[in-house]
Write a protein that binds this ligand. Sequence first.
Ligand code: GDP
Length: 596
Amino acid sequence: MEETVKKIQIPEVITVKDFAERANLSISAVISDLIKNGVMASINETIDFGTAEIIADDLGLEIEPEIETESIKTSTKAQKKAVAGKNLVHRPPVVTVMGHVDHGKTTLLDRIRETSVASGESGGITQHISAYQITLAETKSKELKNKTITFIDTPGHAAFSTMREHGTAITDIVVLIIATDDGVMPQTIEVIKQAQGNNVPLIVALNKTDLPDSDVTKVKQQLAEYDLVPEDWGGKTIMVEISAKTGKGVDSLLEMILLQAEVMDLKADSDEKAVGIVIESHMEKGAGPMVTLLVENGTLHRGEPIAIGSAYGKARILENYLAKTIEQAGPSTPVRIAGLKSLPEFGARLLAFSSEKEARESALLENKGYSSMKIATAKRITSEDDDTDSEKKELNLIIKADVAGSLEAIRKSLLEVKAIDYGMKIVAEGVGVVSDSDVTLAQSTGAIILGFRTTIAGAAKHLAEKEGITAKFFQVIYELIDFAKEELANTLPPEIIEKELGHGKVLAIFRDDKKGFVAGGSVDSGKLTVGDEIKFLQKNDEISRTTIVSLRREKNEVKESESGTECGFSLPAGAVVAVNDAFVAFKTIHKKRTIK
Ligand code: GDP
C-alpha cells in the first residue's frame, strides 16, 4: 500500500490558492472541502491554521506550522474565543463627532471636555488630544449617572475607512453636528451616507441654536430627505438642539448618547488579553514611538508584551488621556503607550501577549502580510452578534444616474435580484456625476459604483483608479443590471454538482487497518476509475465518502472497472464502509452560478 498521508508546512494564515499549491491539490478540491466544512472562501481569500487543520484531515494531509507560531496560535484562539465569549461586561460607547467644516465640532468637543472630563482634571489637558473619556456627573437620570463615554477625534474619512479594513467600526455612534444657521452641506451628506452605508447609528446635534438666524425646522426638513426623521416627527433619529458655544443642550446630547449606547448593549470581555486599534502615533523625543490607542476588548496591562501591526515591544509606558500612568486599561479605554521598537500606522491593530517572543512572532507574521490577527479579532462585540453571522451576503452598490426617474427604475430592478440568499444593497444613490465622496464611500463599504448616463469627475476617476474601485458606466438600463448580476454571481459560492459516474454494491471487505482499506464489489452501472470520488450509502443515506486509490480486477491492477464487472478497490485508511453498502462513484463539479 502507498502512504497516502502527505505532510506540509503552512503559515498561520494562508490563501486558498497557496494552500492548494503546497498540498499539490486542485483549488476546486480545496474550496469544495472548505464549503463542506461551512467555510466560504474564494481562491484569494485567507484561511487560518485552525481551518486548514480541519480540511487537512479530509484531504489526507498532515499539516504543521511553518514557523514557531504554536504559541501565537493559542493566543489568537483565546482572543477569538473572547469575541464569542461569555464573560461579557458592558463597555462605554466609542463616539466620533463629525460634520461640515465650521459647524462647531471643535467647539463641541472642547465644551464637553471642559465641563465633563473626570473629576475636573481637564486643566491637565493642554495640547490637542485625539481621544478622551468623560463621565456624566450631572444628570437627573439615576441610570446614566457616572456612566462613561469615550470620544475619539479623528478625521472622518479615517474613522470610516478603517471600518472596512478591519471589518469593524472604530466608532459605535456618530454624532453628526450641523450648524442650524447654515443647514445640510456636502460634508454633512457625506457623513450621513458613510454612517448609513456602514450601519453606524447617527445622533444629530443641531448646533448654533443661540444664533438669531438658526432655523431648526429647515434643517430637520433637509435631513428628512436622507431618511433621518426626528422622533418628534414620528421618525427614529435622535436629534438634540444645542449650542456648543453657550453649552445649552450639551448635557442632553450626552444623555442621548448614553441612551443609544444602552440600546446597542455594547459589551466586551475584560478578562482577555487586550485587542485594540491605533488612533494616532508619532515619534517623541526621549520616549520613541508614542501611540494613542483604543483598547477594544480585553485589558491591557502596563509592561505587557504587545504587537501593533508589524511593530512590537512592551507597553513600558501606559498612560490615560490625562497623561497619568495607569496600571491597566479595559475595553473602550483610550491610552497612550510607549515601548515599541518601531512606529505603527493609524488603524494598525494592537494585540497583547504573555511573552515578548509571541509578540515578536505576531509582528513578524504581520510584516509578511499575514494579517491573521486581524481576522481573528476584528469583530466588535455587541449583543446582536451573538446570534447572527455578521457577514452580510450582499453586493454593495453605489448608483448614480442622469435623472430621478431612471434611478428609480434601476433601484427597483436591482432590488428584485436574489440569488440563493444573496442580494444587492444600495449603499448610496443619487442624480449627477460620480464624485470623490462616492469613491471614498465605495472604498469604506466595499461597494462598486454604477453610473447610468453620467460620468465620473476627473479627480474621482483618479482616486478610483488608485484605490482599485470598480466604477462602470452604462447607457442602457438592462446592461447595467446585467453587469450587477454578473458581479453578484462572482461573489457567490459555486454550485456544487455531483455527477454520477457509476454505482454498485460492496460484497466484501478484505483489509481494514492503519495502512489502508481494501474492499471488493460489483459495478452495476457506469464505471469506476482510479481517482474518482466515491460515497457509500446504507438505505440511501450517505455513510461516508472518500477517493478510489487503486483498482484491481482478478490479480491485475487496472485503471477502471466497468458495469458488469467485479473488482477490488483500495481506499485511504480509515474508510467507513460495510458489506452490502451501495456505492456511487462521482465527480464534483463546481459550477459558477448564473443569476436570471
Ligand atoms: P469645526 O470646523 O466644525 O471644528 O467648527 P468650530 O468648532 O471651529 O466652529 C466654527 C465657528 O463657529 C467658531 O467661530 C465657533 O466659535 C463658532 N461656533 C461653534 N459652535 C457655535 C454655537 O453653538 N453658537 C455660535 N454662535 N457659534 C458657534
